[in-house]
Design a protein around this ligand. Structure first.
Ligand SMILES: Nc1ncnc2c1ncn2[C@@H]1O[C@H](COP(=O)(O)OP(=O)(O)O)[C@@H](O)[C@H]1O
Ligand SMILES: [Mg+2]
Length: 219
């Protein structure tokens, strides 16, 4: 469903080149949970940016549902991301003057009563049904990340990309966040790509891949 072929991403700064992603081949099957582990600087985020179309590769190609990103202009890639992908990062990136529910609705492609009801249902599912109107600063750091998860899921993405979603959380809170993401794919709604440096977060994954110096191998 989502595949990268011979992917490479170089960063050029001054006279030097960093090979952030180096000859990577990867397929994410529909409905699968793929984990990416590896030390800091090994290229995990860079690979996620390529797979989600946030960055264009130096070499190689990415296809999603049969379409090669090379044939899609920047605006089209932006729409694809907004409509078909969900993102969770280490930082929650919530808007401080909006309520939890309004923050979730930021992720919605369309806004109507049905979507608002689904946003509320997602917040109930992540255990925040009684905090719909709270602002981010009134929530704990784990609660904020759960709002970010609900925001990433509200438009029923085909693929959820989570880049170190638990890095700011303690182990138990991190586990809860991963379980919420894993539930989404267990409901058959979409695939899950989780980047982490903590293998304990990937116990439910179908496949765990290891990144090292831009190269990918089975873990
Ligand atoms: N914007 C950038 N400019 C130059 N080098 C970068 C940039 N982003 C990442 N890099 C380099 O690319 C490599 C991979 O980085 P990254 O994908 O962020 O790794 P990870 O997510 O595994 O920590 C590192 O050597 C990093 O220093
Ligand atoms: Mg990273």
């Amino acid at each position: 469903m989502l595949s990268g072929y011979d992917l490479a991403l170089d960063y050029r700064t001054g006279g030097s080149v960093a090979h952030a992603v180096d000859n990577v081949n990867l397929a994410v099957d529909q409905g699968s949970f793929v984990g990416l582990i590896g030390p800091s600087g090994s290229g995990k985020s860079s690979l996620m940016y390529l797979l989600s179309g946030l960055k264009r590769p130096t070499r190689g190609s990415v296809t999603f549902e049969g379409r090669d990103y090379h044939g899609i202009p920047a605006g089209g890639l932006m729409r694809l991301r907004r409509q078909r992908f969900g993102f969770v990062f280490q930082q929650h990136f919530l808007i401080n003057y909006l309520s939890a529910l309004e923050n979730v609705m930021v992720g919605a492609v369309r806004r109507n009563h049905e979507v608002a009801a689904y946003g509320q249902e997602l917040l109930r599912r992540v255990g925040l049904g009684n905090k719909l109107e709270k602002r981010p600063y009134q929530l704990s750091i784990g609660e904020r990340q759960r709002v970010a998860v609900a925001r990433a899921l509200v438009h029923h993405p085909a693929v959820v990309f989570a880049d170190e979603p638990t890095a700011s959380l303690d182990q138990a809170t991190g586990r809860e966040v991963i379980n919420l993401l894993a539930d989404y794919r267990a409901r058959g709604e979409g695939s899950l790509v989780v980047v982490t440096h903590d293998p304990a977060m990937l116990t439910g994954a179908d496949r765990v891949l290891q990144m090292r110096d831009g190269k990918l191998s089975a873990a």
